[in-house]
Design a protein around this ligand. Sequence first.
Ligand SMILES: [Zn+2]
Length: 136
Amino acid sequence: MTALFIACADGRVALALAALQDKEGETDADRLLVPGGPLVFTRPGTERRIALDWVRVQLDLHGMRTIYLVSHQDCSAYEQSLGGLGFDQQELLARDLRRVKALLENTFTDAEVRCFVIPWRENGEEPSFGEAEPVE
Ligand SMILES: [Zn+2]
């Protein structure tokens, strides 16, 4: 079965996203890559409506039932949208993911929505993105 991954367009997380798809056995999944990923669904009005239409089209095209929402730390789109991410970015991203999951599950009642955050690791020799972690 195929799935739909909704994630940030930021190319720096491409490898971590591919690794998550691999791990989940969803290498042939469709991807909806927009700045901030799930962030677009937190916006009111037209933006959200258009984004929901994109998801509807992709679900209908391939009969998908699983949607992966993938946010990442150190996200420029989030920073720009909120005027900074601060120290509680993990909490903020998790809160938005839960909200967007509820929105999508209410809109597409057949769909199962799973949430992940790709962490930014400052430790180690070179700071880099780590393995995606599930958000309950
Ligand atoms: Zn981003």
